[in-house]
Design a protein around this ligand. Structure first.
Ligand SMILES: Cc1ncc(C[n+]2csc(CCOP(=O)(O)OP(=O)(O)O)c2C)c(N)n1
Ligand code: SF4
Length: 703
């Protein structure tokens, strides 16, 4: 079917997250750095694919945390490049220090936020992540649909460069990030004509040397702030101009506030922002059909709040119902902004603030209609919850229903958890707690085990479990240990159960700190050699030659994994070991030995992951054994504070090729001899640290 539309644009169907990536490439972003987090992941995978296929030729960096994402963008923008990335929720919180550095440096960074609820763990849509940054001097724009995701990301580059304030482009997690919609994509030439070249007013430049980011003393700081706020006040006007310019280039103009069915000046207005606007429009239509004069204001520009546009839009309104999917203190952010805006205005409408949709709860047309009914029942200005079910307040943890009776007295892990079939991580966890016993406290950072360990209100483990943020496992465990020590409790094991992403990458700083302090904790890294929970992206533990979502088939992982075993041993901690599920005797012996030692202990387990490694769930133990037999997973034990290395020689040796051919994740690897050489080299390095022959012990029994 031929689509009618501007000649210089293509009609495509894509996910919102892909549309945002597409916009960044059209805008000519030169440096993109990314770190996976649901629901942003598809965007970074799409860019990784573009890079692999050569449709994006500039720099794409898969980094080890969001703090680094923002810092890379800061450095690149400071050096004159157009830059881009996106994240969600915890990623935004973890990047906060850099977020503020970027805006205070007045760098025109454009960054997507795929809105997701915050702590405790939740994956679904709320706006708290964006709202948490409202004081950070970033301009914030909210998108209603996939077309707006593309358009407003393009517009954001122009706005950022015109205002020298960075811009967050916000899209509803899942609702827009994963929704496939048709939309118009302009040609690169048109986009370049709209944006022009980036012309930085200042940058790091040896021909014009200046210092940036240095101390500001009290005698100047106030003036600096004054300048920010003078400039911030101009942003709404600049948005108006850029929105109009967008219209003249692409036939779709944008305004800071978009009115819907407001032509006849309705006395009742609804106010919302983001993807909910579509549902609100349909509710307004329904009310109009019943003869009610109601209209909608959709806020596109949230930060700074477009004061003049808002006052103009509510000129004839007597009742304003304000929807928030977020909260700041006791109220929603929009309600607060509106109240502040109306503070010195004489004639104000009655305001009713309504909260709905927290944690991704659906906001349907009925929710909006209920909102209007409830709002009218209240007196004065109120802040209502429209979908709060008080009967659910008691979320006490309990075993998974129907399966509790299956939980044996001795087994500390209940059946019915959420791991995939063929999950080595779940099996390894079950064995670890069995060996360690009831006086064990487990700290789990974000990873697949966050779900395996139980989701509210169900619990999988019959020992205390503390789910913590991704980067903080070793530090949180240090705090638990310190408290137990302070209370004189010595016989409890405090363990960390973290994936390789949470250990090798984002958690490395905390891990290294706890090791250096020789905290009395037992740290388990279950290594499935990728970020599995977010959909199989590469980590710095991923072997050379692996296909992942961010190292697609056209450009398989080419970097060697970190040698974390040596790094931990070189911290001089009392105990470091590697284990494998196919060698359970060795596993059990090492865990028991570690449990009997005081101080920092580190055990790394190779765990198979059927979907991530592309193997059948029935083959996972055989596959684990092959990792040892091929020497791709050497079984080591390191004591005497890193000085005594022992290597358990496998009962049978097989070539690396045998493993590569049996795991789908290696299907693109061609140069088996190169990969054999990588494995041989590591083996030799380990051997050279062993006090041979003391370090060589007979092969273990088959598990
Ligand atoms: C600060 C922060 N960034 C990103 C995430 C998203 N995230 C949650 S789990 C996960 C992957 C964990 O990978 P790994 O530690 O290897 O464990 P696995 O999923 O393989 O079990 C990621 C990236 C997060 N929760 N917090
Ligand atoms: S993706 Fe892999 S690690 Fe995660 S639950 Fe499934 S099998 Fe286990």
């Amino acid at each position: 079917m031929e689509r009618k539309g501007p000649k210089f644009q293509d009609y495509r169907v894509m996910k919102g997250s892909e549309a945002m990536g597409q916009a960044a490439l059209l805008a000519g972003a030169e440096v993109i750095a990314a770190y996976p987090i649901t629901p942003q992941t598809r965007m970074m995978e799409w860019i990784a694919e573009a890079k692999a296929k050569g449709t994006f030729e500039k720099r794409y960096l898969n980094v080890e945390s969001e703090n680094t994402v923002f810092a890379v963008l800061k450095g690149a923008s400071m050096t004159g490049s157009r830059v881009f990335s996106a994240s969600s929720a915890q990623g935004i919180f973890y990047g906060t220090e850099e977020i503020r550095a970027i805006s205070h440096l007045r760098l025109p960074v454009v960054f997507g936020i795929w809105n997701r609820e915050e702590y405790p763990w939740s994956l679904w849509y709320s706006q708290n992540d964006s709202i948490s940054q409202a004081s950070s001097l970033w301009t914030q724009i909210f998108c209603e649909n996939v077309q707006e995701v593309l358009d407003l990301t393009l517009l954001a580059f122009r706005l950022a460069e015109a205002t020298d304030f960075p811009v967050f482009v916000n899209g509803a997690g899942f609702i827009l990030s994963h929704a496939e919609e048709g939309f118009w994509v302009p040609s690169k030439e048109r986009v370049q004509a709209f944006l022009g070249e980036r012309k930085p007013k200042f940058k790091l430049d040896v021909t014009n040397p200046h210092t940036f980011g240095s101390f500001v003393l009290p005698e100047n700081y106030t003036e600096l702030c004054g300048k920010y706020f003078e400039d911030l006040k101009k942003v709404t006007g600049q948005f108006r101009a850029v929105g109009k310019r967008f219209g003249s280039h692409f036939s779709r103009a944008y305004r800071a506030i978009e009115p819907y069915r407001c032509e006849d000046g309705p006395e009742t207005l609804l106010l919302t922002m983001g993807a909910d606007a579509t549902v609100f429009k349909s509710a307004v239509d329904a009310l109009r059909e019943k003869g009610e004069k109601v209209g909608l204001l959709k806020l596109v520009l949230f930060n700074p709040f477009p004061r003049e546009d808002f006052l103009e839009a509510i000129r004839r309104c007597k009742e304003l119902i304000i929807h928030d999917r977020n909260f700041v203190g006791l109220e929603g952010a929009l309600l607060k902004e509106v109240k502040a805006t109306l503070f010195d205005v004489d004639r104000k409408p009655r305001l009713i603030g309504v909260r709905a949709g927290m944690g991704g709860r659906d906001v349907s047309r009925k929710t909006v209609l209920d909102m209007v009914t409830e709002a009218r029942k209240t007196k004065g200005t109120s802040s209502l919850w429209i979908d709060l079910k008080r009967s659910r307040f008691n979320l006490e943890m309990k075993p998974i229903p129907g399966l509790d009776e299956l939980a044996g007295q001795e087994d500390l892990m209940n059946p019915g958890h959420k791991a995939c079939a063929g999950c080595g991580a779940a099996l390894a966890l079950r064995h670890a707690v069995r060996i360690l016993g009831r006086k064990t406290m487990i700290v789990i950072p974000a990873c697949c085990s966050s779900l395996i360990g139980g989701y509210s209100p169900y619990q999988t483990l019959n020992v205390p479990v503390f789910h913590v943020t991704f980067c903080s496992a070793a530090s949180s465990a240090s705090g638990i240990r310190a408290s137990l020590d302070a209370q004189g409790i010595r016989d409890h094991q405090v363990i960390v159960w973290a994936g390789d992403g949470g250990t090798y990458d984002i958690g490395l700083q905390a891990l290294s700190g706890a090791a250096e302090r020789n905290e009395n904790i037992l740290y388990f890294c279950y290594n499935n050699q990728a970020y599995m929970n977010t959909g199989v992206q590469r980590s710095s533990a991923t072997p050379v030659g692996t296909i992942t979502a961010t190292t697609p088939i056209e450009s398989i992982k080419s970097e060697n994994p970190k040698d974390l075993i040596s790094i931990m041993a070189d911290h001089g901690v009392p105990y470091v070991a590697t284990v494998n599920l196919a060698y359970l005797d060795d596993f059990e012996r090492k865990v028991k030995r570690a449990a009997g030692i005081s101080g920092f202990r580190y055990i790394e387990i190779f765990v198979p992951c059927a979907p991530g490694h592309k193997v059948s769930s029935a083959s996972i133990i055989d596959m684990s054994r092959k990792m040892v037999q091929s020497r791709m997973w050497p079984l080591v034990e390191i004591t005497e504070r890193g000085r005594q290395w022992e290597l358990t020689v496998p009962d049978e040796t097989i070539p690396v090729e045998a493993v590569l051919k049996s795991q789908g994740r290696f299907r693109a690897a061609e140069d088996y001899s190169l990969m054999q050489a990588v494995v041989d080299d590591r083996w030799q390095r380990i051997l050279s640290r062993c006090h041979s022959p003391v370090g060589l012990v007979p092969g273990p029994s088959k598990g």
